[in-house]
Design a protein around this ligand. Structure first.
Ligand code: NI
Length: 184
């Protein structure tokens, strides 16, 4: 049985609502996942994957659905390619490249807002899966960006925090205005 068997029927699963900034929980440091949390997390996954795929997005961290726990979903596969779901529980960066890369980022909690963010080009990440196994994997390019972005969420950090105060304020004001107008 695969970790993600439920994905075959994911289109029929109601998406878990995604919180939009400036929701306070998005700014909190999430706590470590403990073994006794795994059953709960397993129950959250279908709704969370459904929300990520419907958006569509390539990553979703637990705080974005109001859960202050250190886990996140990632799938950077092209839209018409087979899915490549990843679940990272208690992820840590083991090593990161000195070489930096700039890539345009967005976030499901800051809908319609995009900016270039500079981060290490490649990383080695260690995390747990649902079975409690430790996994280490190298990531570069879009996957490296996405994993770092999702891991930031677990520490209450949003991609706009990597920008100048001026740029961040412009984006946050624009987001607030658009949300007020009821745009998504
Ligand atoms: Ni995000």
């Amino acid at each position: 049985m695969s970790e993600f068997d439920f994905l075959s029927g994911i289109d029929d699963v109601p998406p878990t609502p995604i919180l939009i900034a400036p929701q306070p929980v998005l700014r909190e440091v999430a706590r470590e996942v403990r073994p006794e949390d795994i059953a709960f997390i397993r129950d959250q996954l279908p709704g969370m994957f459904s929300a990520m795929y419907k958006a569509p997005g390539i990553g979703l961290a637990a705080p974005q659905v109001g859960l202050g726990m250190r886990f996140a979903l990632v799938d950077v596969a092209e839209e018409d390619a087979p899915r490549e779901p990843m679940l990272l529980i208690n992820p840590e960066i083991v090593t990161e490249a000195e070489q930096m890369a700039a890539r345009e980022e967005g976030c499901l909690s800051l809908p319609n807002q995009y900016a270039e963010v500079v981060r290490p080009e490649s990383i080695r990440v260690r995390y747990r899966n649902l079975a409690g196994e430790t996994i280490e994997r190298d990531a570069s390019g879009l996957l490296a960006t996405c994993i770092q972005h999702e891991m930031d969420h677990l520490d209450g950090i949003l991609f706009v925090d990597h920008l100048s105060t001026l740029k961040r304020n412009i984006i946050m004001r624009r987001l607030a205005k658009e949300q007020k107008l009821g745009r998504r």
